[in-house]
Design a binder for this molecule. Sequence first.
Ligand code: TYM
Length: 326
Amino acid sequence: MKTLLSGIQPSGTLHIGNYLGAIKQWVELQKSYQVFISIVDLHAITVPQDPQELRKNTLELAALLVACGVDPKKSVLFIQSHVPAHTKLAWVLNTITPVGELERMTQYKEKRERAGTLAGLLNYPVLQAADILLYQPDVVPVGEDQLQHLEFTRTLARKFNSRFGKVFKEPKALIQKEAARIMGLDDPTKKMSKSAPSPNNFIALLDSPEEIRRKIKIAVTDSGRDIRYDEKSKPAISNLMAIYSAFSGMTVSQIEKKYHGKGYADFKRDLGELLVEKLTPIQKKYRELSRDDKKLLAILRSGAKKATGVANKTLSVVKRKVGFVL
Ligand code: TYM
């Protein structure tokens, strides 16, 4: 069986960009891959975090992932800081990483504006590479914003292998083409993001039906009135169509046909209803799960145990290769 690994930060509300760009693929691929999903709390502290919030967000995220369909019987769901091999491998990888490469990373340049030039933030991609390489995955399903980190991971794997002998597999990024970059509802030139200044930028997976309808209703649209997919001249409606397509399974051209002769208001009303219909069952399951922290912790502890078994195997090969006394 092939292996899939991905990660997600417990740093606030999950939105439909996270869901469509990443989580939905994890759930679909559980049938054919051994899946590892890491809740990356060590990454979350690279920008200032309130400790209580972080703890709450971590458990909430675990419940939400299970509610979205990550099945703990099939997939290994774990908290990154429960598996010490991640930081251990990151240290080793740091020693072969040129600082210049880290300084060029887009996400670092964006985040340092808010968080300052902290060493943890600079080294973020090295820890991400460790997250990935420990599990020797074939694929890493992510949204487009993570492609640079994936390319960096592959380069680092190649560098380590050529210096110490082959240890790591070079993993491939797996991108869900049409949902790789869901844009903000209030500004279709920027990606949908939980750190956006206005909550009208995103639909959170836990938004109420009224909130969902309201946010879609006020989402910006382009000039003209026809429902036509054209990212360049109609970025706002194209983004809404991509969301519609990903949730309904209809292709963009089927959507164009369905709304031929109709206006933005009709389309938006249906999109609002579609989102309510798809998110309501997730919210219901989430509410059941989040009442039972014990059950959730049991899932996460068992996930950490399985992950540790796999990660430690890779780590001991690495230790031998670099010359540590075992
Ligand atoms: P994070 O927590 O920011 O996001 C989780 C996943 O959601 C995707 N995503 C989007 N996809 C489409 N449209 C959007 N607007 C959108 N916003 C977010 C992200 O691409 C991501 O796949 N560095 C990672 C976490 C990480 C990781 C890893 C990922 C740490 N270690 C190892 C994969 C493998 C991050 O910040 O994701």
